[in-house]
Design a protein around this ligand. Sequence first.
Ligand code: ATP
Ligand code: MG
Length: 532
Amino acid sequence: MSEIFLGLGGDGERQVLRLGRANRHGLVAGATGTGKTVTLQTVAEQFSAAGVPVFLADVKGDLSGISMAGSPQFKNAAILEARAKELGLTDYAYSDNPAVFWDIYGEQGHPVRTTISEMGPLLLARLMDLNETQEGVLNIVFRFADEQGLLLLDLEDLQAMLTYTAEHAAELSTKYGNVTKASVGTIQRQLLALDSQGAAQFFGEPALEIADFIRCDDKGRGYINVLAADKLMRSPKLYATFLLWLLSELFEVLPEVGDPEKPKLVFFFDEAHLLFDDAPKALTDKVEQVVRLVRSKGVGVYFISQNPIDIPEAIAGQLGNRVQHALRAFTPRDKKAIKAAADTFRINPALDVETAITELKVGEALVSTLNDDGSPSIVQRTLIAPPRSRLGPIEPKERAIVQSISPFAGKYDTRVDRESAMEVLAAKAADAAATAQEVAQKGTEEVGKQERKSPGLWDGIGGRVAKAAAGAAAGSAGAILAQTIQGKKSRASPTASAASAAGGAIGDALGKAIGFPGLGRFARNLIGGLMR
Ligand SMILES: Nc1ncnc2c1ncn2[C@@H]1O[C@H](COP(=O)(O)OP(=O)(O)OP(=O)(O)O)[C@@H](O)[C@H]1O
Ligand SMILES: [Mg+2]
């Protein structure tokens, strides 16, 4: 098979999507209920059958049926069979597809994760909409962590690192360039916003191996990777960054292939307008760039959207294969969309495209795809072929069965929390508190002779002051710190930095212990010095 059957054109000709041109991206657009998702399902299952792995974001939860064969008993059966007859498909039969379910929140599929360091400061800065100065600070944080051998895996690590950076802004500035507390504070706030969108789930280990999205089953059919995106859609920034991260990873991992015989992987992003609605320009620019570059790696990206003008022009211009379902013509914006959609098609003298767009029936579309020579085919009014898998969502029971036979069962499901920046910084704090306690018991001189338990990140800075203060009232510090760290381990408050929480608690306790209520803050600064 070298092509995907889309449907029959008004001229009776077969309308196809050439596999050899399928990496030139595409667009499926149309008003609500006009047949976009069904078209996507038809196309995706044919890619799979042709041995092309597929990734698709299931926004409304109505795509999971792709994992099951359709059946004459299902409610949409009559519609599908009627369409098959209309198209004269004598070989129409129900069949299933190999599918794997994924879910960033781990509820409806294998969790998809990456680490903070794999995401990198650039993407994170874009995700958090940081300005240049703040991005510079974030870069310094990454560099410093790297030089200290501190792993940045999850949001907690980054929070702990930022707290540490704020506490040592002056020292870091001398070594790396200007680090202001204000910049760090902004990044911390943005990070909290990100966390409230549920991003904490996305960062950590085991991280996704991108090759796991590029697999075929033992019959040579491409796996269809279905990402549950209903919840994710409510966090458009996270959704956008996720897309971008995936595409960037693919770009990095895959070799250059030009225009392969068939794509290595095909992506479908339903409700694509959400990617761009609120996205900072820098993010949109980056999407545009990555979409352009990933093509020659053999990855096809298909955007699905209600309104074609929701896709930024620079990206829309790269979408060579187009299926335009009906659009409404109520508002001036509708009319603008119709005009824009019509203008992108290669003219068909026998077809008034602008009128046709408003008249198309459900499951009918204007289709133009790339010819072998790369030119767009003449636009044709096309009845879209019916999918062979089930339309609509599957039952939770069925989902569980699909997951149980997934090639990745057990690989990603349990989160692993190995020692990384947060733990190391918290351990240093605990170590410092223990030293303080020892000083209180044995005296400064005796302890000074001993070897340090963990090497200081900032040897020589703040040490003397800290020890002096600790000598004054270190009694309960160790105990409080231990509790705080344990509380942290229970993940009661995932993004609260252990180090600063501990510092604050100890500071306040020290203040109380000495009987100076105002000492909390003073002591906190000293504790900051202890946590070097
Ligand atoms: N190619 C087709 N053949 C037969 N029936 C179709 C076809 N496409 C769509 N339909 C019918 O139209 C219904 C709605 O289609 P679909 O869910 O694809 O719309 P949509 O454009 O994705 O809508 P929304 O924007 O709300 O997600 C389907 O449930 C099905 O009954
Ligand atoms: Mg839909």
